[in-house]
Design a protein around this ligand. Structure first.
Ligand SMILES: Cc1ncc(COP(=O)(O)O)c(C=O)c1O
Length: 386
């Protein structure tokens, strides 16, 4: 795996589950029903004992201040929890439309952008003539869920290596598009886990090279850097923009969205689960995009300022080489000690992201989320002592 999620290997069963009910043979008998390709996938495993300082998941380190918390509490206290939520998330939809400068009908909302990725891949899955399965194309390395969701849905994944500086190799993409004819291309900018934004000319070239594919530009980290992409989306009818509230301070709500052409929104709505977004998430997200927005904007500003200080300090530590970043995290080359360093940091109460041998281009790197100044100082001190 190559992204923001903990890598793990298990057989897909929660620890301690007793499946004796299946008579022991049930597993063998029923395994054959599993979708081809599922055996090769691994479920996520989160660390059994989360460390006190969590700099591994690209979350915001800042909780809500007391006044904002009181407003959220008041709003939650009166919710009709005995009713299903508004299936269209009407208020949130309007708030998001205003926030993203589009019309409400062009938004598809999901339980995090993860679910929106799944919705896109469920709907846009018709194999090209002569092919058994539809193709999803991604750069490598990038956010691993694009590939994991695609495999779970029985789609083929084609990975196009980024260049030596983790930038888009446009010529390689053009060749791969002509050869594999993808239905969907996912490009996160800024990219995870590399941190860099892709330049708009390269993105435009790829969009133009794939007029009969849907190109999803994932702006999960757009608040922290990179160029706004609305103009590119407006100029090309095959471009979809993906967004989330997870990285700016509301990861627990699981609110993500895609901004798509209206015709596609109607199709995607057919595969979206009717009551996917819980009412508490709808209500708190609407507050966040409205009266509470200055709180989140302030936190983003603080993270961007802290990022500069953090990177400068990382540069001063022997054996730690931070890569340029436009996101709320920094990928650092630390050499072969990456796994042992991550383990030592965890033992000392600091959780960071390591990538393991499964991804040769990242195996010598660690990814650090920008934390509070105190959290970052703790990490910097531990790195300097390591
Ligand atoms: C590039 C990118 N896109 C999307 C997501 C998913 O975000 P969420 O499902 O929390 O909205 C992540 C999370 O790490 C990410 O890194």
């Amino acid at each position: 795996m190559s992204d923001g999620r903990p890598a793990g290997v298990n057989d897909g069963r929660p620890a301690g589950v007793n499946d004796d009910r299946l008579g022991g043979h049930g597993m063998d008998r029923l395994r054959g029903l599993l979708r081809p390709g599922l055996e090769a996938l691994h479920a996520y495993e989160t660390p059994a004992a989360p460390a006190a300082i969590r700099l591994d998941a690209n979350e915001s380190p800042w909780p809500l201040p007391a006044e904002a918390r009181a407003r959220v509490q008041a709003a939650l206290a009166t919710l009709p929890l005995h009713r299903y939520p508004d299936p269209r998330a009407t208020e949130l939809r309007h708030a998001l439309a205003a926030h993203t400068g589009t019309s409400p009908e062009r938004l598809v909302l999901g339980v995090g952008s993860d679910e929106v990725i799944q919705i896109l891949q469920t709907a846009l899955a018709r194999p090209r003539p002569g092919h058994a399965r539809a193709v999803v194309m991604v750069p490598d390395p990038t956010f691993s869920m694009y590939g994991i969701i695609a495999q779970g849905q029985g789609l083929d994944v084609v990975r196009v290596p980024l260049d030596a500086h983790f930038q888009l190799d446009v010529a390689a993409f053009e060749r791969a598009i002509a050869l594999h004819r993808p239905n969907l291309i996912f490009l996160a900018t800024p990219n995870n886990p590399t941190g860099n934004a892709f330049d708009v000319d390269s993105l435009t070239s790829i969009v133009r090279a794939a007029p009969d594919a849907v190109v999803v530009l994932d702006e999960a980290y757009g608040a922290f850097g990179g160029r706004p992409l609305a103009a590119l989306a407006d100029a090309h009818d095959n471009v979809v923009l993906l967004g989330t509230l997870s990285k700016i301070g509301l990861a627990s709500l699981r609110v993500g969205w895609a901004r798509v052409p209206s015709w596609l929104a109607l199709e995607l709505e057919k595969v979206r689960l009717t009551y996917n977004l819980p009412l508490p998430s709808q209500v708190v997200a609407t507050l966040a995009l409205g009266p509470l927005w200055p709180v989140f904007a302030g936190h983003v500003e603080a993270i961007v300022a802290e990022r500069a200080r953090f990177i400068a300090a990382l540069r001063g530590i022997p054996g730690v080489h931070p890569l340029p970043t436009d996101a709320n995290f920094v990928l650092c080359h630390v050499g072969e000690r990456a796994p042992s360093l991550a383990a030592a940091l965890h033992a000392g109460g600091i959780q960071v992201r390591a990538f393991g041998a499964g991804h040769p281009r990242l195996a010598q790197h660690l990814r650090f989320t920008v934390g509070t100044p105190a959290e970052d100082d703790a990490l910097l001190g531990a790195l300097a002592r390591a």
